[in-house]
Design a binder for this molecule. Structure first.
Ligand code: ADP
Ligand code: ZN
Length: 744
């Protein structure tokens, strides 16, 4: 803790601020430190912020306002304060808005929970006799008796329970000076969150193989020496990465240091949590958007006080001010879900590396298909490479077979090739499971009129509506707009000419039921698995072999371990191959490899290997070929070369400016203002303004600039200097996206 001696302090307030404001602290307060959470008067309002340093002394004391509150709560740790600055500067966003993410939920700070305790009012003391003589109604006498007989204060709850007195009576007694009330702040009790090593269930400990042991040893050494190493834990799906990092979590807990595990939201499954519990005998603190405010408040406070052992969460968990951080794990580090695309745009994985570094904590990035950036950093020696080359269960990797749809097309109106149908039949006979993967929700990606060619579009976005037949709706996946499915074309008015175009998982399920009426099938997508309970049940059913055929979107691609699953059929291997954006190939590769990795994870002999059928029209495509040959590194090398030639990340820098507005002509004239003021540097190329591929989204028109530069350029400074020069009308939004993931 860095204490402050002056009476003037610099405060960073929540809000659109980069600069701090000076305030005075009251004379009677002697001890104050950096990171302390305060509230301050600001433009007739009370705003929460944190003290970041001594005052700047640029304004005379007499003109300064005094802080309103200094909250009785541990100060925000210095590494988190550093993170606020770094994240804000890197991503060109306001520090005060990053602070808002850190101080969330704000209720944890400004409205602490209290217990009421009572004691007998000695100053106004009455002897028992005089109480007896007083005409106090019986409950009150009992309360006084209880307080006189107890030498300590008594909790409100126990008075209510033991005596049956009401809160109103207690309040009345306080008002009449018979008893004294005190408020005690409740701190959440998370004493169970750290384990003693003998608490761990030994029967759930797996004997680690040599690769796992080697990885654990290296990571443990780093944890024990407080080093800030960054590890890439790189292992094929099922190689025991989770088991490996669990082991290092244990080391960290034994050192009484806290652990943060970041998972993409989609992987935060009950399955994972169960596995954690089986190993450690306590539940980690789970943090994501669906967790109640009350729970988040508890987690936040215990993280700050150092009593939370393990916090597992989606990307926003990175902002929790953990005071004694020893280890961060970013599992599935390649996942785009770590990039936040709205409000404050940032990449939680990259910021996690910084956060760990500032805390002298170890960080582990785990993946079977690392992102190209991480792979590159490993190549450059920034990250330490730990490999788990084999499946931990001893099972062989699956055989991947390309299924050429030109040679073996499905029947008209169907999507599963006869070859794959045959293979599914085989598996059904052997009572083994099949997974059919298609990364498309709903019944069909669009609905089109056979008569006039009209495709049903969203009214708010430049996109087609997706048909969801189960709920009889056409829905926009961008803005949520939906309407009923109709058989009449809105454009030509013809009846019964509307056709569903292309498949979604619902349609595949329909086909499966038609082809294998006896088989039990289940669809896993965000539409069918709306809550954790449904998903838990589905996973249970699959594990208990109550399901023969699983149909799923990317929801099934990751993390799950289904022992009976022997066949994976990829319905459309070509989706996303021609996406055209920077990471299209990389992402397709990752997703396909992840899905393929579900097959045959627990097979015992080599003639019983898992099989993957990849349906494609493009067997010569380099990504498809790399998947088929299980040749990840060669694919990565090629991809790196092509990025290098194009001076794209990780070799060059990339950023975007996105302008949006409800008013198209205002937008265009503003875009040309921005363009006119564009800087001109040798190493910076500016493209645009161009209508965004999604040029109309959620009711707003959109234009984009793409900025490309050499790695030596401070692209943030270029962008800030540039955008500062333009006068932005209030009906236009301007967003800067550093290292964009989405190019829409
Ligand atoms: P990953 O995270 O790499 O996908 P997991 O840690 O989930 O791999 O392990 C895959 C499967 O192998 C799980 O069922 C796990 O219990 C099992 N497993 C992991 N390590 C071992 C080991 N050393 N011995 C036996 N089984 C293991
Ligand atoms: Zn829409």
């Amino acid at each position: 803790m860095k204490s402050i001696k002056t009476k003037e302090v610099a405060v960073l307030l929540i809000g659109p601020f980069n600069d701090t404001f000076d305030y005075l602290i009251e004379e009677n307060i002697n001890e104050i430190s950096v990171g302390q959470i305060v509230s301050a008067p600001f433009r007739q309002r009370k705003v929460v912020g944190i003290i970041v340093s001594e005052g700047s002394k640029t304004i005379s004391q007499s003109k300064l306002k005094t802080l309103i509150d200094i909250y009785e709560i541990d100060p925000i740790p210095l590494p988190t304060i550093d993170l606020i600055s770094f994240l804000a500067n890197w991503n060109c966003v306001y520090k005060g808005l990053v602070l808002k993410m850190v101080l969330s939920p704000l209720e944890a700070i400004i409205s602490p929970q209290y217990n009421k305790i009572y004691k007998y009012n000695l100053e106004d003391s009455l002897s028992i006799d005089s109480i007896d003589n007083k005409k106090l109604r019986s409950k009150r006498k009992l309360v006084l008796d209880a307080l006189i007989n107890s030498d300590k204060e008594v909790y409100e709850t126990s008075l209510i329970q033991d005596i049956g007195v009401s809160k109103t009576v207690l309040k009345d007694m306080v008002n009449k000076n018979l008893i004294i009330e005190k408020l005690i702040k409740i701190m959440p009790d998370f004493s169970k969150n750290f384990i003693k090593s003998n608490d761990i269930k030994k029967e759930n400990d797996k004997l680690l193989n040599e690769h796992q042991k080697n990885a654990v040893d290296k990571i443990n050494k780093s944890i024990l020496k407080d080093k800030t190493d960054c590890f890439l834990l790189d292992g094929v799906p099922g190689s025991g990465k989770t088991e490996t990092y669990f082991e290092t979590v244990r080391t960290c807990l034994n050192e009484r240091k806290q652990v943060l595990i970041l998972l993409p939201e989609i992987a935060l499954t009950p399955d994972w949590q169960k596995r954690f519990y089986n190993k450690f005998n306590f539940n980690p603190l789970v943090w994501h958007s669906d967790v109640s405010k009350k729970k988040r408040k508890e987690i936040w406070l215990s993280a700050l006080s150092g009593t939370a052992g393990v916090i597992v969460g989606a990307r926003s968990a990175l902002m929790i001010p953990i005071s004694k951080l020893g280890l961060i794990v970013v599992d599935e580090e390649h996942e785009p879900a770590f990039k936040q695309e709205e409000n404050v745009r940032y990449n939680a994985r990259d910021m996690a590396v910084y956060r760990a570094n500032r805390s002298s904590a170890t960080i582990v990035l785990a993946s079977a298909t690392p992102s190209l950036e991480t792979f590159y950093n490993m190549r450059m020696g920034k990250y330490i490479h730990l490999t788990l080359p084999k499946r931990a269960t001893g099972a062989d990797m699956p055989d991947i077979k390309l299924l050429d749809l030109k040679l073996y097309p499905p029947q008209k109106g169907n999507w599963i090739s006869p070859l794959l149908i045959n293979e599914i039949q085989n598996k059904l006979l052997k009572k083994e499971q099949t997974l059919l993967f298609l990364n498309r929700r709903g019944y069909a990606p669009l609905r089109v009129c056979n008569s006039c060619g009209n495709k049903v579009k969203c009214i708010n976005c430049e996109t087609w509506l997706v048909e969801h037949r189960l709920v009889n709706l056409l829905t926009c996946h961008h803005c949520g707009y939906s309407k009923h499915i109709s058989n009449i074309c809105e454009v030509c008015g013809n009846k019964d000419q509307m056709k569903s175009c292309g498949p979604g998982v619902e349609r595949i399920e329909e086909e499966v039921q038609r082809l294998f009426p006896e088989a039990k099938s289940i669809t896993l997508s965000s539409d069918t698995m709306k809550n954790q309970n449904l998903l838990t049940n589905a996973i249970e059913q699959i594990k208990n072999s109550e399901v023969d055929i699983i149909i799923g979107t990317q929801m099934v691609a990751k993390g799950h371990d289904f022992p009976k699953l022997k066949l994976v059929g990829i319905i459309d291997g070509d989706i996303g191959l021609s996406g055209g954006d920077l990471r299209a190939s990389e992402r397709s590769f990752q997703l396909l490899q992840q899905v393929a990795g579900r097959s045959g994870r627990h097979t015992t002999s080599s003639n019983d290997k898992g099989i993957v059928y990849l349906q494609t029209f493009d067997t010569e495509n380099p990504i498809i070929k790399a998947i088929a040959q299980n040749n990840r590194d060669e694919f990565f090398e090629k991809e790196l070369i092509s990025r290098k030639n194009a001076n794209m990340p990780p070799y060059g820098r990339l950023a975007a400016i996105i302008l949006s507005s409800k008013f198209e002509s205002d937008l265009d004239s503003f875009a040309s203002d921005v363009s006119r003021l564009a800087p001109s540097f040798k190493n910076v190329k500016i493209f645009g303004p161009a209508p965004a591929p999604m040029y109309f989204l959620r009711g707003k028109y959109r234009r984009r600039f793409l900025i490309k530069s050499d790695k030596t350029v401070n692209i943030q400074k270029v962008l800030i200097d540039w955008t500062k020069k333009v006068h932005k009308p209030s009906n236009i939004n301007l967003t800067i996206d550093i290292d964009p993931f989405s190019f829409m």
